[in-house]
Write a new protein. Structure first.
Length: 748
């Protein structure tokens, strides 16, 4: 089934830098397919045994293309195999400074290591590396790889009295693959088995767990909203019309609307996003509106029913209603978010198909009159319509609602954070934070994109950038001035050729100046000399080694004719400082998708506000053209006040406003205009009120149920629409000409 579950598919691409977008996509794909497990216990032997069994059984699940538990002997030796032949051009920053300022100190460090019984210096090591430089370089690489040590072939770390074993796995597909997500219960069962069998702690983190939660949450909301709307419509139809034909016709409209929306959306976009389906499920309550007007006219006419005349009676009203609703839905196309554009077209297609079903099929399928009966709640509707004939009510009620809503709007606050699109379960977030604390491994997607003309220039650029980042890290500055906690870069594992050459010259100079002194101190028979030529370690050699497997995704290669790499940032506490730093260098781009899109949310919130004003003006012009200035104002006032109330109530409930609330206003405008136009076009206010009441009830069922969503953005959207539609229905009779409530007394 062509359903998209990736939350990133909702987001716009980078507007300024296509290379940045490619970089983000590559990194996001690589990181999203990783899963990290930790097995913890106070008993080290027990935790290693548990890790062996767990990693073995993980490989049999079929979820993972690769599981890394116990490191093979070849992998353990890979570090030495890669770096040892190049040892005479590899130095730590501390070694580099020492060899530049006081090379004689390196002789003393060798002597101290030899006399230290715990240093483990062997004659073989001393022969191949007399100044013991390589061991410190390897120690630095190990420290950069995290707080792990090798125990029985496993990477282990200690935290709060427990030993933890690290196991990593690569998914056998995308984290958003529904098939893989459906295998998570098997994984959970395996974890429970390991916990109980070995009495250990099992932690996990990875995008797939969040994606699966979002998928299940969306499915639940679709079923709640869709089923709730459908059941509500069925009950209303049976209670009001008391006949199976209206129910069949209504279900025909809904089915045609949803089917057309789904098929056409897939035809255009290739897939329907699950997020669109959550909103699209609420289309049920709107697509039924035109059916209600047709069926209510049929009920009111009784034996005098003529299907074609009945359609002509409502045709202008439902056509104007469709046009104004489409203005509302299609207005969302202005936003650059693929998800909102898809939702806009999904809703527009569905609504148009439902309208076409009423116009084309209802006159044929509903030619026979209904059983003669009075309209339900006639007395109540007559009383309600009579109330709206009183000038005091027509002035006081709208004015009071408008003033009260303005007070609420005044206290409104805005939050454009894109993270509102995704409800994150506390249990998963807690596990992720615990794993980050124990391992030092972060899945942060804040990064710097670094570009250069060629590979060596890129490695040089990476070194210059990381030198600057070092000054921003907490341990190198005061905590208040720290912009980040750390970073990870290819340059930490692979110096540029220029840097390697400088290192080689320093080491060559060390051998020349201090070789004799060390020979004398060690009382060797042969002089210590450097008999190796410069042979740089290349990026291709590094990427071909198993050592680089966890790091390869950071080297992006050629993008748009430039060599590119990324530096992962962790614990960013001052994004503005990083942004300013990147802005000063044309070869740098700061990537933070969440912040970038949140900024876009803010920009388009302003644009949608302008669109809303423009749409209101366009609809107002259409209404004035058809009904005149005074009646046009009476038609537009109810939905405008309804929108103000919807925003005010949302703000009063303490929910920050965002782009979605303004999109809700567009829908309230489009749907609210339907109600007033139907009143203005009809000569039978009671049947119109019944049809509008049924429409409002189903709309409240559909959009109102969105207020139950666990996702804050959808929740606030639902609250705004819920209250806005209620007020739009309440004020709709304002557009009814005075004394019109008596024009259909004969129908009682």
């Amino acid at each position: 089934m062509p359903i998209e579950t990736n939350i990133l598919a909702l987001l716009p691409e980078n507007r300024q830098d296509p290379v940045a977008q490619q970089a983000f996509d590559q990194v996001a794909d690589s990181m999203s397919n990783k899963v990290i497990f930790l097995i913890g216990s106070k008993d080290q032997a027990q935790v290693v045994t548990a890790a062996k069994q767990f990693s073995t059984q993980l490989s049999t699940l079929g979820m993972f293309s690769d599981v890394t538990g116990k490191l093979s002997q070849n992998l353990q030796q890979a570090w030495g195999q890669l770096y040892f032949p190049k040892r005479f051009q590899l130095l730590t920053p501390e070694q580099k400074k020492r060899l530049q300022d006081a090379p004689e100190q390196q002789v003393q460090r060798v002597i101290q290591a030899l006399y230290n019984p715990f240093s483990g210096v062997t004659s073989s090591e001393l022969k191949s590396d007399p100044f013991l430089l390589f061991r410190d370089f390897l120690a630095q690489l190990t420290a950069q790889s995290g707080s792990f040590k090798l125990t029985n072939g496993f990477l282990t770390s200690s935290h709060q009295g427990k030993d933890y074993v690290l196991i990593t796995a690569d998914l056998a597909g995308s984290a958003y693959n529904l098939g893989l997500q459906q295998q998570l219960p098997e994984l959970a069962a395996l974890e429970d088995q390991i916990r109980q069998q070995f009495a250990v702690e099992v932690l996990h983190t990875g995008v797939i767990f969040y994606a699966a939660y979002g998928t299940e949450s969306a499915k639940s909301e679709i079923s709640t909203i869709g089923l709730g709307s459908l059941l509500g419509i069925i009950v209303l139809l049976l209670v009001v019309y008391r006949s199976p034909l209206p129910l069949v016709l209504a279900l025909l409209s809904i089915t045609c609307g949803l089917l057309a929306a789904f098929v056409l959306t897939v035809a255009i976009f290739g897939k329907v996003h699950l997020f669109s389906l959550v909103f699209g499920a609420s289309l049920i309550g709107v697509s039924i509106d035109y059916a209600f007007h047709f069926l209510t006219d049929r009920l009111a006419e009784g034996n005098n029913w003529n299907a074609r005349r009945g359609l002509q009676h409502i045709f202008v009203a439902i056509t104007l209603g469709l046009i104004t609703s489409l203005i509302g839905y299609l207005g969302m196309l202005i936003a650059p978010f693929p998800g909102l554009q898809q939702l806009s077209l999904f809703s527009a297609f569905g609504l148009t198909a439902a309208y076409a079903t009423v116009v084309c099929w209802y006159p044929i399928l509903a030619r026979t009159p209904s059983q003669p009966r009075t309209l339900p709640m006639t007395t109540l509707m007559s009383t309600w319509l009579a109330v709206w004939q009183k000038p005091a009510v027509r002035i006081a009620l709208p004015s009071a609602l408008l003033l009260a809503s303005l007070v609420g709007i005044y206290h409104a606050s805005y939050n454009d954070d894109i993270r509102q699109l995704q409800a994150l379960p506390a249990a998963l977030k807690q596990q992720e934070e615990t794993i980050k604390t124990i391992t030092g491994v972060s899945h942060s997607q804040q990064m710097l994109l670094v570009k250069a003309a060629d590979e060596q220039a890129l490695l040089d650029q990476l070194i210059r950038v990381t030198d600057q980042l070092d000054t921003m890290i907490g341990k190198n500055t005061s905590p208040k001035q720290a912009a980040l906690e750390g970073y990870q870069s290819i340059s930490q594992y692979l110096p540029s050729e220029r840097s390697q050459l400088n290192n080689f010259r320093l080491i060559h100079q060390l051998y020349q100046q201090q070789g004799a002194a060390l020979t004398q101190q060690l009382k060797l028979n042969t002089d210590i000399k450097l008999n190796h030529d410069f042979s740089p370690l290349t990026i291709n050699e590094f990427l071909a080694s198993p050592v680089s497997a966890p790091l390869r995704f950071m080297w992006l290669g050629k993008l748009s004719n430039q060599q590119s790499a990324i530096i992962l940032l962790s614990g960013v506490s001052d994004p503005q400082a990083i942004q300013q730093f990147a802005a000063q260098h044309p070869a740098l781009s700061y990537l933070d998708k969440a912040d970038e899109v949140s900024s876009l949310f803010g920009e388009y919130r302003i644009r949608v506000t302008e669109l809303l004003v423009a749409a209101t003006g366009a609809i107002m012009s259409l209404l004035v053209w058809r009904y005149g200035l005074k009646q046009g104002i009476l038609l537009i006032v109810p939905p405008v006040i309804a929108g103000c109330v919807g925003i005010a109530v949302t703000a009063i409930t303490g929910v920050p406003l965002n782009l979605f609330n303004l999109l809700a206003l567009i829908l309230i405008l489009g749907i609210g205009i339907d109600y007033t136009v139907f009143f203005a076009e009809q000569t039978q206010p009671k049947s119109t009120l019944l049809a509008i009441s049924l429409s409002a009830a189903t709309t409240l069922l559909s959009f109102g149920l969105l207020a139950l969503s666990a996702t804050q953005a959808i929740h606030s959207f639902g609250i705004t629409v819920l209250t806005g539609i209620m007020v739009a229905w309440l004020l709709a009779p304002l557009s009814m000409p005075q004394h019109a409530s008596h024009t259909d007394e004969v129908d009682e």
